[in-house]
Write a protein that binds this ligand. Structure first.
Ligand code: CMC
Length: 460
């Protein structure tokens, strides 16, 4: 394989100290200096690496809303301006001019491939698309009704039991082999989860097809018939994969980094990312959007649900809306919206859900609550409608996200392993429990005020 070295994606620009912040303890008057830093683009930050060692003081930041957990040179987001760049290239340009394989190469190796590098990368990925026969038998241990994301977590984690030649994370060649295997096998693993739910035979991956064509073929071909690829649909799949390829330190990527920081093998790390992605606040939102549109039902109900989303006593949220980082329109949602119209036109689908989605978007964007909280449609708002129109069942939506995001997870895992500041991830906590107390023998208990029955234990 003619790729750049494994370390090609080490930070190109070292973050430079730019002045200091002074931290003063108002109770004692003590002060400490903490360096300010700036990256190639984006916010200034306070480097608190030495804070605990110097002062014994911890910082508290649930959900990491103000914390940069690592340095990275893969993806840049300006959430206020709605900008998303991979290795400096805008997501709009990549979606319009690149393809998924090329975007994978870019994320993994830091530069767009030359024609030779692209051909070599394509063919290397194609050489790893098959599943081991015994791994295919793994599926029969699942219920036919299992959620495909449950199968993904299990089967991807199980890869580490099959590929002992690529779990030594200190070996650059093995890391690359694991990276290419994971990217290559994800569509096969995902498509088989769907075929298994239908009781259909597992189709073989076909090397004459591109990555996205092959994914469509494995999902929808029937062994009794020829399968014809619709180029508009394979292009739409390719675009969906590009739009999901990476998104810097989101929950699943941070999960992969944290799992990998202990030295865990790459297959186990990616399985942990899939588990994190599954939640409805993250990748599970595309499935949740369709369920929400079903629940809303008709355009005349939109107003009622917009009100429900604003009611603090109601757990309903507008799925596919809002983002931790974007405080303007998610640029991925803009491309997804265009792709959605293209696909529905080609398939001649007149989906009332699209009309409903557009009405929901229109009303939400004019509503003072959504304006004030800067809640805009995110990538998941339109992707489900496209996938549904193509025939993907709702339960497969998050699997599609996982297939696209695998390259992002691996690129971050690889970058982390090459980072000379890398340490095992080990956050601290603000402890609010009991202070030290003496053990009470069993026959002396029963007089405590707190109820310790199970409902109390699990309740909020
Ligand atoms: N509907 C109604 N209100 C919302 C929504 C929403 N979708 N999202 C946020 N809010 C409100 C929230 O109630 C809070 O109000 P207040 O300040 O009065 O307490 C405020 O906006 C800030 O929300 P938050 O939950 O503190 O923000 P966050 O950054 O922790 O959460 C989010 C981000 C994406 C989890 C959240 O916006 C959400 O739950 N959205 C719906 C699920 C969704 O679409 N997820 C996909 C995210 S994009 C793809 C991905 O990364 O996987």
């Amino acid at each position: 394989m003619n790729t750049k070295s494994d370390t090609a994606s080490e930070p190109a620009i070292e973050s430079a100290p730019v002045g200091n912040f002074i931290l003063t303890d108002s109770s004692t008057g003590e002060s400490w200096e903490l360096p300010a830093r700036t990256g190639a683009m984006g916010n200034r930050l306070i480097d608190i690496k030495t804070l605990y060692g110097q002062t014994g003081i911890l910082t508290y930041d649930p959900g990491f809303t103000s914390t940069a957990s690592c340095k990275s040179d893969i993806t840049f987001i300006d959430g206020n301006k709605g900008v998303l760049l991979h290795r400096g290239y805008s997501i709009e340009e990549l979606a319009a001019k690149s393809d998924y394989m090329e975007t994978c190469y870019l994320l993994l190796y830091g530069e767009l491939p030359t024609p030779e590098q692209k051909t070599s990368f394509d063919s290397d990925i194609k050489s790893h698309t098959l599943l081991h026969e015994q791994l295919s038998r793994f599926y029969s241990g699942f219920m036919r009704s299992a959620h495909p994301m449950a199968i993904m977590v299990g089967v991807v984690g199980a890869l580490s039991a099959f590929y002992h030649d690529s779990i030594d994370i200190t070996d650059v060649e093995q890391r690359q082999l694991a990276a290419h295997r994971l990217i290559a096998k994800m569509p096969t693993i995902g498509a088989y989860a769907y075929k298994y739910s239908l009781g259909m035979p597992f189709p073989m991956p076909r090397n004459e097809y591109s990555y996205s064509e092959n994914l469509l073929q494995m999902m929808f071909s029937n062994p009794a018939e020829d399968y014809e690829i619709n180029p508009v649909l394979s292009r739409a799949i390719d675009r969906i994969l590009i739009l999901h390829a990476d998104h810097e330190q989101n929950a699943s990527t941070s999960t992969v980094r944290l799992a990998g920081s202990s030295g865990a093998n790459p297959y186990a790390c990616i399985a942990s990312g899939i588990a994190s992605l599954w939640g409805p606040a993250h990748g599970g939102a595309n499935e949740a959007v369709l369920k929400m549109l079903d629940e809303i039902g008709t355009v005349d109900q939109v107003g009622k649900y917009i009100k429900k989303a604003q009611d603090k006593n109601d757990s309903f949220r507008l799925m596919g809306f809002g983002h931790r980082v974007y405080k303007s329109y998610d640029p991925r949602a803009t491309v997804m919206r265009e792709t959605c119209h293209e696909v529905l036109q080609v398939l001649d689908v007149n989906d009332p859900k699209l009309e409903l989605a557009m009405e929901l978007e229109r009303i939400a964007l004019e509503d003072p609550y959504f304006i004030e909280k800067k809640l805009y449609p995110n990538v998941d708002f339109y992707s489900g409608i496209i996938l549904k129109a193509m025939g993907f069942p709702t339960s497969m939506f998050t699997v599609m996200f996982a297939i696209g995001r695998t390259v992002g997870w691996i690129s971050h895992w690889k970058e982390m392993l090459n980072d000379d500041e890398q340490k095992i991830g080990r956050p601290r906590q603000l402890y609010l429990g009991e202070q030290q107390r003496s053990f009470i023998p069993l026959d002396k208990r029963g007089h405590t005020e707190k109820k310790t029955s199970w409902p109390w234990f699990w309740g909020k």
